[in-house]
Ligand binder design. Structure first.
Ligand SMILES: NC(=O)c1ccc[n+]([C@@H]2O[C@H](COP(=O)([O-])OP(=O)(O)OC[C@H]3O[C@@H](n4cnc5c(N)ncnc54)[C@H](OP(=O)(O)O)[C@@H]3O)[C@@H](O)[C@H]2O)c1
Length: 275
């Protein structure tokens, strides 16, 4: 399994997304993932499944230290005291003493960014998280946040797949020494119908989803967190380390992207980068 080295932290490049999973199916898939070699699980307060994710981790025959767990604070709790309470509540629900990565889920201009970063740093200082980062931050916000954090942020979790290029943001993250963690990495399954990806998949005897996840894995400092609640797809989505895309195939897939392919754009979203 590929890992990314970020400010002294090793983050597995492939993780399991858990948005829209809950209850026993969530516990079962988290357990199945860990027992079949996945080492990274992504959750958030707003997913309302931290108890199930934690139960799945405990049920798996894998030691806690071997698993990279990410959770996030919602954007209405970014005042530092409230952020710390949210982090403590997440740990309580997860049944963990510490997560591996604690993220601000969405930027919120109503709380000074300096205070938000102080909250993240304090959560880490208290030992509640090994690492800190952000999500849905634009290039300008990344530069400002990483500057305020003195280089301590390790990742920005954003939408990224073959139809959304994220060129401007990726350059800013590279300059800031941060990973891009791709959410909706297979565009919720929509890559399956794409002809160029289908042709590449046929050449390699793989599915379009596998080719897309492989495309993520072959980029520097990119992680991907595909969600599935289906055990067969769990195996399919991890079976991507026995083939390699050529430079031309990587470029062809990257060429499908633009600034237009965004699927997650709520009313509270920031003013996104153009491409
Ligand atoms: N930070 C943020 O604001 C943010 C926003 C959105 C998501 N996220 C995180 O990112 C994770 C992934 O994003 P996402 O869930 O929106 O989208 P995604 O991972 O791109 O797609 C998930 C969808 O694809 C299907 N799927 C999975 N594997 C497949 C395969 N091999 N073949 C065909 N279809 C497949 C899943 O269905 P089945 O379950 O039926 O397999 C599900 O409907 C989330 O779960 C969450 O953890 C974060």
């Amino acid at each position: 399994m590929k890992t990314l080295s970020l400010n002294g932290i090793e983050m597995p490049a492939l993780g399991l997304g858990t948005w829209q999973l809950a209850g026993q199916p969530c516990r079962d898939i988290v357990r199945a993932a860990l027992e079949s070699g996945w080492r990274h699980v992504d959750t958030a307060t707003i997913y309302d499944n931290e108890r199930d994710v934690g139960a799945g981790i405990r049920a798996a025959s894998v030691s806690r230290d071997a698993v990279f767990v990410t959770t996030k604070v919602w954007h209405d709790r970014l005042d530092p005291e409230d952020m710390l309470r949210s982090c403590e509540e997440s740990l309580d629900r997860l049944g963990l003493e510490q997560v591996d990565l604690f993220l601000i889920h969405w930027p919120n201009g109503h709380v000074p960014l300096k205070e938000q970063i102080e909250g993240l740093l304090e959560a880490r200082a208290r030992g509640w998280t090994r690492a800190i980062g952000v999500s849905n931050f634009t290039a300008a916000l990344v530069r400002e946040a990483q500057d305020l954090a003195g280089g301590q942020l390790i990742a920005n979790q954003v939408e990224y797949h073959p139809f959304l290029s994220q060129r401007t943001l990726k350059s800013a993250l590279d300059a800031a020494g941060m990973a891009l963690t791709a959410y909706a990495p297979i565009r919720k399954g929509a890559v399956a119908g794409q002809q160029a990806i289908r042709d590449i998949a046929k050449r390699h005897g793989k599915s379009e989803v596998q080719v897309t996840l492989r495309w993520h894995m072959q980029q520097d400092n990119v992680a991907a967190i595909p969600k599935t609640g289906n055990p067969a797809r769990l195996a399919e989505n991890a079976d991507i380390f026995d083939f390699e895309l050529s430079e031309a195939e990587m470029a062809e897939i990257s060429g499908l992207g633009s600034g237009e392919g965004r699927s997650v754009d709520p009313s509270w979203a920031p003013d996104w980068d153009a491409d």
